[in-house]
Design a protein around this ligand. Sequence first.
Ligand SMILES: [Zn+2]
Length: 265
Amino acid sequence: MLYTVDGLVIRARDYGENDRLITVLTANGKTTAIAKGARSMKSKVKNLTQPFVYGNFEINQKGSALPWIRGGSAHEIFYGLREDVGKLFLSSYICDVANELSGEGVDNSGMLRLTLNTLYAIMNDLRPLPQIKAVFELRAAALSGYAPDLTHCESCGVENAENTYFDVMNGSLICSECLQKRGEIVKKNLSISYDDIRESSVIIPLTPSSLMAVRYALYAPAEKIFSFSLSSGEDMDLFTRAGEGYLLNHLERSFDSLDLYYSIL
Ligand SMILES: [Zn+2]
């Protein structure tokens, strides 16, 4: 069966003598396919099957064998992502997360759109890289079915407390008064320090601006997710901690590409 599909190359590895094995993110899930001869100079799919290429792929599928890329054309190659090593590593991490959160043969249009918009934002410096990264992380978590509820304090219901905390494990907000009460109960029962409780339950403090940013990233329409400004310093730091802390905690894993990104900062 020969079919064509629009998709983004989120992974490309050398395979055999001269081939490449690629994972393509499409609106209907991800597909892994062989690009035969893609590493030879004269291959017509050489450029099409590189990381970050968004294109239309002609895929040949025969029985249970791995499908292979017969041809196609690129819509956008995101060349600018390769010109800066920070952008390159961040984009690799974005694609690794998209790969982790995407299944095969399932509706994936939201994740494809989010990933493409994020690569576009990185390439064109729409916002500072840490901000783009955290928006993607929060949004990717929400798309995968574990959106936190950050509308109000989970204990007393107050919406805009002066001092608020992001309870990462529970995906909820807690105001400082309720956190203190909870802490005292746990402390009494376990006789451990307040710092231990915070550490083990992953509680991230949020300034009013960083809370607004987290809410915006989660609840804004898909086409507007990057359309907000945040001052650098504490507001940005807490926002980025919230994004990464929440996503990685729920995925229960880390990524080599993320380590690489941090290694060059
Ligand atoms: Zn409260």
